[in-house]
Structures are given as structure tokens and as C-alpha cells.
Design a protein around this ligand. Structure first.
Ligand code: HEB
Length: 734
């Protein structure tokens, strides 16, 4: 019956496919600013609802019991995906590692913190082949414990359990990762439109990867196991490994520990020709039910498994923690060979009988172990070799180094240790956690707060200086890995105090003045009451905003929560803080240099890291401008005759049709704002300023603030957004 087939039914009036169902705004104008990244993961997409509190839910589980269940499950082979050697441990470790290994230092995005391996594109990256099976195997555990354990935590916990069950002592586990419910649209994974493509703009002529990327190819977590561009060149591979792992926050010592430790377990899967492999999960037919990579050779599993195309185990005992990796690596010469699927790999020369490994699904047969080109790098690169030899001779240090690096890998994007939950959080503080001292004093009360605000405002510092400094301190926060923020007052330490964006000269004036207010207060106390500089910086900003609001005739009070403490140089990893340096900060009309990405896009990127909505971002930019807080002190975008007063002047003047706008350069870096009748130059606006008049969505929001009924709302919204930014790192308040 063909009568009912064919044409699109009338009810199909919405664009329910990402592409293909008609032409959307982003197809017509691909360069349009994507404000959508500010509104992802909203309550609307989350089935648990806004009142759900994962931290509370997690506290209700007995972690020991969950782990016992995982230990048992790992050794119950399931017919839909039989376990190699009867143990899913190695598969789970690879799942965990690939989950965490997407983390990158430059913008803090990626990592195991959100359960993003369930979502596209990561669930379908070629490098994550057959990890869909690993996640599916864990479903009974997830189903049993429900909302009390997130997928994100379960993915991490499973890797730890796997190692422990195979005889390795891990360094610990912290829970607290909340799941996402839609793909993370904010993350830039590269511009290639083909997986594993070789190789558009990603590498420069020295094979340096363009920032913020960390992986050598689209669809990989890190580097090609066969070597650079598939050439079996272990020396060239070392360069790629070093680069990718450094961007994952790992040095050579940690890198060797991770690779050698990881490849102590499990095997490669490349038993059959890649032509038998079906589409990845996102591209697979309905009947696959969310799985992908169906392999049509034989039963497509067990001994016929095809994952990476490389094949074989690294050690004779792949489900046991031991020194097998280095025993093999240093115990033999390695010869280049090819896997059954045709990939370059290495095999030991003249291997002894007892260094063979049992076949994964037939213990009565044995085969040779293997090394990947990237494993041979651990022996041929001079630095890696020295560390490898050292580990080979010092097994206990190797185990400790691996445990610590693995712990860091899995927790690097969780932010301060106060966010870790559960009985297995290690007591030791680690420098990469950016620790701040515990509060060891009585906190200031409301009376002190009021008095301190008066003292700060009487200190001679201007509204603009106070707001600038508080913003500089708090706005280093990045939601992606929960680093930065005002706590610790690291703005007075290297490298932050020297960042161009922070106007070091201005800080040299503001910080000593605040310190003298702090000193006078603390010395006046008879008891143990103290105020930290970190608190005082924020308090100064709040006082200035309140003052500016009152001046505008709209008094507000910004709630203040003392409890920040001051960190020391000793507990500050300056190198790793360097990654937090703003290359642009549209809120302070700052760009370090001209980039190919226009400043308004960098503003949205910053706003996303600060967890701001488009209205919050808009209110903050408009307010910061009239408070005169540009990094360079310029009047760009300061569209007001009353700087330092919290008016809606910025919006009224951006939208004022008595003006016309003239670019100063072809790229429209700045616009001159001129009077239509007199031609008088009134202001100069940056791209970041003028986008609020040009972009339809931002203009719509700006109108709300520019209306006659907009002033009061603007001041309130600014105050709320300001307060949000000041407290982004106060996980203790939540
Ligand atoms: Fe790995 C597996 C590569 C690092 C852990 N590795 C694997 C494979 C490959 C690789 C190709 C195979 C897959 C299949 O299945 O077929 N890796 C690699 C590279 C690197 C690495 C290239 C860099 C250099 N790993 C690593 C680390 C870790 C690992 C770091 C941890 C820690 N792996 C692993 C495991 C496994 C693997 C456990 C096994 C899995 C199974 O058994 O399933």
C-alpha cells in the first residue's frame, strides 16, 4: 500500500532533525554568534528537576556495596559482549581513561566530570570504539542505585574498581560528578569534518597542535597508536605523546606512569579486517538501540572483536597488576609487524614460552604479546626511557606514581577538593587541586561588614578601581574545570598579579590599600576575628557596586558571605595557573592581541565559563562599562556622562537612533558613534560593545534594559549577576 507513503505529513511542522529538515538560522548564517551555549543543560532538559541535589543523593549510598557489585559484575561474562580473559576490568579502565582523557588544560573543558561519554560526539568517536559495550554492561548497577550515583561517577568508579580487583592499590575516589542530559555544545573539538582526518588546520609545520585542542586528530582522545600519521615512528610518536599529555596536565613522569600502568592491563582488538565494521552509535540504525560498531565478521565479538585494529595483549598476565609491561619492554628487542587487521605494531624477538599470553577467549591457546609504536616510545625517547628504567627498577615508586597520576587524571576537572564526596577521598592535599587554607578564624559579622565597606569607600579608591579588582579576582573562574575564582586571593600572587588583563599598575595601587584596611581591622580585634584579603577584595567590589547603584537612585544590597582565605605561593602551581590567563575579557573590554576569533565570540566563551545566561552577560557588560572598568582605562564603550554611576546609559546609547556608526577599520574592530545631525563624535565602541546593537538576540535584551522601565530592573539584574560571579567558587555555600 503506497497510498500512505511519501509526502511530509502536515503535522510535521517543526525542525526535529539537527540538519536536513529544512534550512535553519545557522545554515543560513553560519558565523552568527552562538548564544545557545549559554543556555545548554537547562532545567528543561534535566529529568531530575531543579530541586534534585546530587550531593545529598550520593551520601545515601554505601560506596562499599556499590563497589562489591561492580567487582562481581566485572567477572560475570555476558553473551552480548563476552569478557576477555573472563574479566571486564581492562575494558572498564579504557572507558574511564577515555572519559577523563578528553580534559585539556587550556580551557579546562572535557574530562570525566559530566558523563559526556554517553553523548555525541564523544560516544561515537572512533577512538571510543566498543566503549558503548562497557557502558551498557554497567547498566544493572546504574539501574539498581538510580539517582544516587550518576553515570559520570560510575564511569570513574568502574575504572578504579577494575584496577583494585586486579590487584592494584588506587589512591582514592571522590564522587560528586553530575550528569549532563544533552551534548555539550560549547566544546570546540576541531574544525575537521571527517573523523581522524589528516590534517587541516590542527597542526602547524612543527606538528604543534592548535589551542585549545589536545588530541592529535579529530575523534581521538590523544594520539595515533601506530605513530604520527600512521607511520610506525616511535621517536616522532614521543613528540606527539608529550604534547597531548602536557595539554592533559601530565608531565613526562606522569605520562610514563599512566601509559605503562594502563597497558599492564588488557589487550588490543584487531582480529578482522576493518571493512566488517558498522556505523558508530550516533549513525547506527534503530535496531542497534544505541550501540554501534557492529562487526559482521563471524559473531563479531570474543575472538572476532575489532576495536582499534591493533591486536594482542601487552603482558603475559593482562588481568593482573604486575611489572609485566616493563619486563616485556626491556626484556626483548621489538620488531615491527602488522596486526591481522593490518595495523602497524611490534612483537618481541625470540620470545620465551613463559612470556606468551593465553588467548582472551581460549585459555588453551597462547600467542605473542605486543607493543604499540607509542609504547616503544617509552623506551626510545631519552626522557621517557630514563623514567621507564627508573620505574622498572623501583616497582613501588612506579605503583605510587601510577596511582597518583591516575587519581589526578580522574579528578583534575572537579575543582577544589571540597567538591569531592565519599569515604575514599584521600586526606592528602595535592597542589593541582589549587588548595586554599582552611578558615582558622572567626568570620566577620554584619556589623563588621558594614563598617569595612565604609572604610574601603573612604580609603580613596574609586568605584571603578574596586569593581575592576574584584572582577579581576573572581572572574578567573572557569566552570569547565571549576578552577580559579576569588578564593585564595591569588590575584596578589604570580602569575595573576602580572597579567596584562589585570592592569598590574592598578593592582599595585588597590591591593596595598585594601591590605592596610585589612591590617587595621585585624589588629583592632581582641578575639580571633579576622578578615582575609580574598574576602575584602570581593567586599570592596560589592561596596562599590552598591555605592554606584545608590548614586543612580536605585539602592541595592549585595549579600556578602565571608569565608574565603588567602593562599600562598608555596601552594600555588604558577605554571598551571598560567592557563587561566584571559586572552580576552569582554567585560573589561580587553583583548591581548588580535585573534582570528572575534572578541564578541570570546566574550560568549568567557560568559559560558562564568555560567552566565545571555541576560546576565548583557547586564554585566552594560554595568561594567558605565562603571568605567576597562583594563586599559580607556573610554571605549563607556557610553555615559556619569561614569561610576550604575545607570542604563550604555544600553540607551547603544540603541540611540540619533547616532550613526562608522567602522575605523575594515574588520570593524571599533565603531565611531557619531551624532546624525551634527556629525559630532560621541563615543567609540569595540566589537564587544556594538554587538549589543547588532545581534538580534542581544539587542532584544538590551532593549529591555534601555526602556524607561528598564533602569530599576537593570540595577537589580546587574547586582544579582555580579553576586553570582563573586561566589562562583564558593561551593561551600551551595
Ligand atoms: Fe591504551 C587499550 C592506545 C594510553 C589503558 N590503548 C588500548 C588500545 C589502543 C591503545 C590502541 C586498544 C584498544 C582496543 O581494544 O583495540 N593507549 C593507547 C595510546 C595511548 C594509550 C596511543 C597513549 C600513548 N591506555 C593509555 C593510558 C591508559 C590506557 C594512559 C590508562 C592509564 N589502553 C588501556 C587499557 C586498554 C587499552 C586498560 C585495554 C582495553 C581492553 O582490554 O579492552
Amino acid at each position: 500500500d503506497t497510498k500512505n507513503q511519501g509526502k511530509c505529513p502536515a503535522m510535521h511542522g517543526s525542525r526535529t532533525e539537527v540538519h536536513g529538515d529544512g534550512t535553519g538560522v545557522h545554515d543560513w548564517w553560519p558565523n552568527k554568534l552562538n548564544l545557545g551555549i549559554l543556555h545548554q543543560q537547562s532545567a528543561v532538559s534535566n529529568p531530575l528537576g531543579e530541586s534534585f541535589d546530587y550531593r545529598e543523593a550520593f551520601k545515601t549510598i554505601d560506596l562499599k556495596e556499590v563497589k562489591q557489585d561492580i567487582f562481581a559484575l566485572m567477572k560475570e561474562s555476558k553473551d552480548f559482549w563476552p569478557a576477555d580473559y573472563g574479566h571486564y576490568g581492562p575494558l572498564f579502565i579504557r572507558m574511564t581513561w577515555h572519559d577523563a582523557g578528553t580534559y585539556r588544560t587550556s580551557d579546562g573543558r572535557g574530562g570525566a566530570g559530566s558523563g559526556s561519554q554517553r553523548m555525541a560526539p564523544i560516544n561515537s568517536w572512533p577512538d571510543n570504539g566498543n566503549l558503548d559495550k562497557a557502558r551498557r554492561l554497567l547498566w544493572p548497577i546504574k539501574q539498581k542505585y538510580g539517582n544516587a550515583i550518576s553515570w559520570a561517577d560510575l564511569f570513574v568508579l568502574a575504572g578504579n574498581c577494575a584496577m583494585e580487583d586486579m590487584g592494584f592499590q588506587t589512591f582514592g575516589f571522590g564522587g560528586g560528578r553530575e550528569d549532563i542530559w544533552e551534548p555539550e555544545d560549547d566544546i570546540y573539538w576541531g574544525s575537521e569534518n571527517e573523523m581522524l582526518a589528516d590534517d587541516g588546520e590542527r597542526h602547524d609545520e612543527n606538528r604543534e597542535i592548535s589551542k585549545p585542542l589536545a588530541a592529535s586528530h579529530m575523534g581521538l582522545i590523544y594520539v595515533n597508536p601506530e605513530g604520527p600519521n600512521g607511520e610506525p615512528d616511535p621517536v616522532g610518536a614521543s613528540h606527539e605523546i608529550r604534547q597531548s599529555f602536557a595539554r592533559m596536565a601530565m608531565n613526562d613522569y606522569e605520562t610514563v606512569a599512566l601509559i605503562a600502568g594502563g597497558h599492564t592491563f588488557g589487550k588490543n582488538h584487531g582480529a578482522v579486517d576493518p571493512s566488517y565494521q558498522g556505523p558508530e552509535p550516533e549513525g547506527a540504525p534503530l535496531s542497534e538501540q544505541g550501540l554501534g560498531w557492529r562487526n559482521s565478521y563471524g559473531d563479531g565479538k570474543g575472538d572476532n572483536t575489532l576495536t582499534s585494529g591493533l591486536d594482542g595483549a601487552w603482558t603475559p598476565k593482562p588481568t593482573q597488576w604486575d611489572m609485566g609491561y616493563f619486563d616485556m619492554l626491556f626484556g626483548y628487542e621489538w620488531e615491527l609487524t602488522k596486526s591481522p587487521a593490518g595495523a602497524w605494531q611490534w612483537e618481541p624477538k625470540d620470545v620465551r614460552e613463559n612470556d606468551l599470553v593465553a588467548k582472551a577467549h581460549d585459555a588453551s591457546k597462547t600467542e605473542k604479546t605486543v607493543m604499540l609504536t607509542t609504547d616503544i616510545s617509552m623506551k626510545v625517547d631519552p626522557s621517557y626511557r630514563e623514567i621507564s628504567m627508573h620505574f622498572y627498577e623501583n616497582p613501588e615508586e612506579f605503583a605510587d606514581a601510577f596511582a597518583r597520576a591516575w587519581f589526578k587524571l580522574l579528578h583534575r576537572d572537579m575543582g577544589p577538593k571540597s567538591r569531592y564526596l565519599g569515604p575514599e577521598v584521600p586526606a592528602e592535599d595535592l597542589i593541582w587541586q589549587d588548595p586554599v587554607p582552611a578558615v582558622d578564624h572567626e568570620l566577620i559579622d554584619n556589623e563588621n561588614i558594614a563598617a569595612l565597606k565604609d572604610q574601603i569607600l573612604a580609603s580613596g579608591l574609586s568605584v571603578s578601581e574596586l569593581v575592576f579588582t574584584a572582577w579581576a579576582s573572581a572572574s578567573t573562574f572557569r566552570n569547565a574545570d571549576k578552577r580559579g575564582g576569588a578564593n585564595g586571593a591569588r590575584i596578589r600572587l604570580a602569575p595573576q598579579k602580572d597579567w596584562e588583563a589585570n592592569n598590574p599598575e592598578l593592582l599595585d595601587k588597590v591591593l596595598p590599600t585594601l591590605e592596610s584596611v585589612q591590617k587595621a581591622f585585624n589588629e583592632s580585634q581582641t578575639g580571633n576575628k579576622r578578615v582575609s584579603l580574598a574576602d575584602l577584595i570581593v567586599l570592596g567590589g560589592n561596596a562599590a557596586v552598591e555605592h554606584a547603584a545608590a548614586r543612580a537612585g536605585e539602592p541595592i544590597e549585595i549579600p556578602f558571605h565571608p569565608g574565603r582565605t588567602d593562599a600562598s605561593d608555596e601552594w600555588t602551581d604558577a605554571d598551571s595557573f598560567a592557563w587561566l590567563e584571559p586572552e580576552a575579557d569582554g567585560f573589561r573590554n580587553y583583548v591581548k592581541m588580535r585573534y582570528t576569533v572575534p572578541p564578541e565570540q570570546m566574550l560568549v566563551d568567557r560568559a559560558q565559563q562564568l555560567r552566565l545566561s545571555a541576560p546576565e552577560m548583557t547586564a554585566l557588560v552594560g554595568g561594567m562599562r558605565v562603571l568605567d572598568t576597562n583594563t586599559d582605562g580607556s573610554g571605549t564603550g563607556v557610553f555615559t556622562d556619569r561614569p561610576g554611576t550604575l545607570t542604563n546609559d550604555f544600553f540607551r546609547n547603544v540603541l540611540d537612533m540619533d547616532n550613526y556608526w562608522k567602522p575605523t577599520t575594515d574588520e570593524e574592530e571599533f565603531l565611531e558613534v557619531k551624532d546624525r545631525t551634527s556629525d559630532r563624535l560621541k563615543w567609540v565602541g569595540s566589537r564587544v560593545d556594538m554587538i549589543f546593537g547588532s545581534n538580534a538576540e542581544l539587542r532584544a535584551i538590551s532593549e529591555v534594559y534601555a526602556q524607561t522601565d528598564g533602569q530599576a530592573k537593570f540595577v537589580r539584574d546587574f547586582g544579582r549577576a555580579w553576586n553570582k560571579v563573586m561566589n562562583l567558587d564558593r561551593f561551600d555555600l551551595a
